[in-house]
Design a protein around this ligand. Structure first.
Ligand code: AN0
Ligand code: CP
Length: 313
């Protein structure tokens, strides 16, 4: 594997999940592997989990870590080929990516969707710019359209908590006051299609995800019908994909409540976090034993550790 930018970079999910679970049992087993190697994490957006779990993962492998909030502290980058740089942008991605590559062995990047122009976001200019011009491996820490480290942690978590071989997994939209990206939902939906699970998606009309992500997965517009007998309820807000980046509904009838969780098969509640309490999910669910969100966040470390281990081995 040259880079980890999408879940399509995973050759065998089953093997990866087992390898990650082994790392979780003995996190320091490869603490000499990263000796003298450096991870550089570049953030164009905020983060709690991704930043700390990826740093922890690198430290468990004995790597050095450099972190830069490049979006707020770096030079403004130009991504267009042949641009005449006579306006605000001070540095071209060609130099920036090549220069960062001089200082480290792996570059990890977070660069969210702008949610203004669909085709612009689909081009993944930041991630692909680094991929093209860096001379070291690239890790996606959530790009415009994908969050593959989250999806890997999610699949580890489901494997650990499943009570049947083929659990019923429901991806449910929930309300949120702000327009959020599709990346988490995209990578989760694609990941579940590669797993032995019975996946369905529920959301209000107008919130259909990219057809290339959904494929043949059933969409159920009635949330309560979708939740029947679910083993895992993966909740996430996203903005409209059709009316790109728009918030079409903040309907709290879609909030996940303890009452709704009663429809499930004693199902587990999942969310990538950060989560808005009593908007996306009610306190009584998040504070109950049905919630596995903290374990999900814990597994971010082992997902990142596995990816870094493969990239530096
Ligand atoms: C981001 C999102 O929805 O993509 C990051 C989630 C990991 N969430 C927020 O901006 C609240
Ligand atoms: N789930 C996740 O990626 O969280 P952060 O945005 O805090 O990194």
């Amino acid at each position: 594997m040259k880079n980890y930018v999408d879940i399509s970079d995973i050759d065998s999910i089953e093997t990866w999940v087992q390898e990650a679970i082994s790392l979780k049992k003995a996190p320091l087993e490869f603490q000499n592997l990263g000796q003298g190697k450096t991870l550089c994490m570049l953030f164009f957006n905020s983060s709690l989990r991704t930043r700390l779990s990826t740093q922890k993962a690198a430290m468990n492998l004995g790597m050095n870590v450099m972190v830069m909030n490049i979006g707020s502290e770096g030079w403004q980058l130009e991504f267009e080929d042949g641009a005449v740089m006579d306006a605000g942008k001070a540095e071209h991605i060609k130099e920036a990516a090549a220069v960062v590559s001089q200082y480290c062995d792996v570059i990890a990047i977070r660069a969210f969707a702008n949610l203004v122009d669909k085709s612009d976001d689909a081009q993944e200019k930041v991630l692909n710019g680094f991929k093209k011009y860096a001379t070291v491996p690239i890790v996606n820490m959530e790009s415009a359209t994908a969050h593959p480290l989250q999806a890997l942690a999610d699949t580890i978590t489901i494997t650990e908590h499943r009570k049947v071989q083929r659990p019923k997994v429901v991806l449910s939209w929930a309300p949120h006051p702000k327009a959020l990206p599709h990346a988490v939902a995209n990578s989760f939906a694609k990941m579940m299609q590669r797993m032995d699970v019975d996946l369905s998606i529920t959301h209000p009309k107008g919130y259909e995800l990219d057809a290339d992500v959904v494929n043949n997965v059933p969409i159920i517009y009635d949330q309560e019908e979708a939740l029947q007998n679910a083993d895992f309820v993966y909740t996430k807000n996203w903005s409209s994909y059709t009316n790109y980046g728009q918030v079409l509904s903040k309907d709290k009838n879609w909030t996940i409540t303890a009452q709704k969780m009663k429809l499930t098969n004693d199902g587990k509640f999942m969310h990538c976090l950060p989560v808005r309490r009593n908007m996306v999910v009610s306190d009584d669910v998040l504070d109950s034993d049905q919630s596995i969100v903290i374990e999900q966040a814990n597994n971010r470390t082992y997902a990142a550790q596995l990816v870094l281990k493969k990239l530096i081995s």
